[in-house]
Design a protein around this ligand. Structure first.
Ligand code: NAD
Length: 358
């Protein structure tokens, strides 16, 4: 079966890291139909838009998108709709990518990279499932208005709206329960139900959906406690499911537990398992073009792509084992280097993963 994949390298280190991921998936012996297109600042420079219609069409007509990163400080003065980051929001919206899966895995070989004690984090393997298209980030109305009454009457006031519809909560719940079924069968739903009506509603729906997954143990935690538990005893979690706002913050916190943003893949899926796969980090303009960026997050994102969108789990396992093997060999890009290991470049890391593929 031919798998059509859109490759969107983007800006900064995006080009260097996607190049390595493409080398790896091309070596697997699968029938891949790869198409590359500009996105982000690179697309703005070429076509005047961060998400040109040809790029969007390609993405829509592909089984999966392998995405590098977008953004550069040089675009900061552009109006919001022309900024590189709008490309990601546009793709999420057009493809209905409502489920964001972010694993936080700390390979034992990298336990010293974490700012936490090695025994607290070594072997960490958790998955954060974040709802991505709803919540206060998209709720209407929003804006700036004049306060009509109360102590601030007459002043300007910024405001946003938090809401979740039942379908939105149900579909992310199903993604999370099914992910938990394939892992440790524990799901923790994070909310702020003691204060927010939206969160109480979210919790009620989670409890209803749980009836369909008797093999998964559902627990609930307030977001402030979850933020604490993630640094106190992160290995107690298996899968965490949460809304867009809380998930944004907790997934970055979980990422930092591992000590290297250069190691963390992510997937954003819609209801037909079409997905966008990208490293959790940005375009790192400070190190772009130097062949020193860590390509492993992107290579691991490609593995997630094989598992979730292309139904090629065995090939995903091959890539993940190869990444383990290169770490075992002591090969490290600058971001994860420590004395006693061997520092390699972006392309040398790609070479090593290719060589380690079994
Ligand atoms: P960043 O993730 O790009 O970089 C943060 C730090 O981590 C930098 O010091 C960088 O050198 C380092 N880093 C990141 N990825 C690395 C890798 N693979 N290997 C080694 N080191 C790596 O975040 P930032 O500096 O806040 O943002 C830079 C640009 O990226 C901004 O324009 C921002 O808007 C954009 N951004 C894009 C995305 C995305 O495309 N999804 C996500 C976050 C930020």
């Amino acid at each position: 079966m031919t798998h059509k994949i859109a490759v969107l390298p983007g800006d900064g280190i995006g080009t260097e890291i996607t190049e390595q991921a493409v080398r790896v998936i091309t070596a697997l012996g699968l029938d891949l139909d790869l198409h590359t297109a500009a996105v982000g600042g690179a697309a703005f420079d070429l076509h005047g838009s961060p998400l040109p219609s040809a790029t969007l069409e390609l993405a829509q007509n592909s089984a999966a998108i392998l995405f590098g990163a977008v953004g550069d400080w040089k675009y900061d003065a552009l109006p919001r709709e022309s900024r590189p980051e709008q490309a990601i929001l546009g793709l999420r919206k057009a493809l209905g990518l409502f489920a964001n899966l972010r694993p936080a895995i700390l390979y034992p070989q990298l336990a010293n990279a974490s700012s936490l004690k090695p025994e607290v984090v070594s072997g960490l393997d958790i998955l954060i499932v974040r709802e991505l298209t709803g919540d206060i980030y998209f709720g209407q109305p929003r804006g700036v208005r004049q306060v009509e009454e109360g102590p601030f009457k007459g002043e300007q006031q910024g405001f946003d709206t938090m809401h979740y519809a039942e379908t939105e909560v149900r579909r992310i719940a199903h993604v999370a329960f099914q992910a938990a079924q394939k892992r440790g069968k524990k799901l923790c739903s994070v909310d702020k139900a003691n204060v927010l009506e939206t969160s109480q509603f979210w919790r009620d729906i989670m409890i209803k959906v749980a009836n369909e997954y008797p093999d998964v143990t559902l627990s609930h935690m307030y977001v402030d406690n979850a933020a604490m538990q993630l640094v106190r005893a992160p290995k107690a979690f298996d899968v965490i499911v949460t809304g867009n706002l809380f998930g944004d913050i907790l997934s970055d916190e979980a990422a930092m537990l591992t000590g290297s943003i250069g190691m963390l893949p992510s997937a954003s899926l819609n209801s037909s398992n079409q997905g966008l796969y990208e490293p959790s980090h940005g375009s790192a303009p400070d190190i772009a073009g130097q062949n020193i960026a860590n390509p492993l997050a992107t290579i691991l994102s490609a593995a997630m792509m094989l598992r979730y969108s292309l139904n090629e789990a065995a090939q995903a396992d091959r890539i993940e084992s190869a990444v383990q093997a290169v770490l075992e060999q002591g090969l490290r890009t600058a971001d994860i280097y420590e004395s006693g290991t061997s520092k390699v470049s972006t392309s040398q890391m790609g070479d090593a993963v290719l060589k380690a593929l079994k």
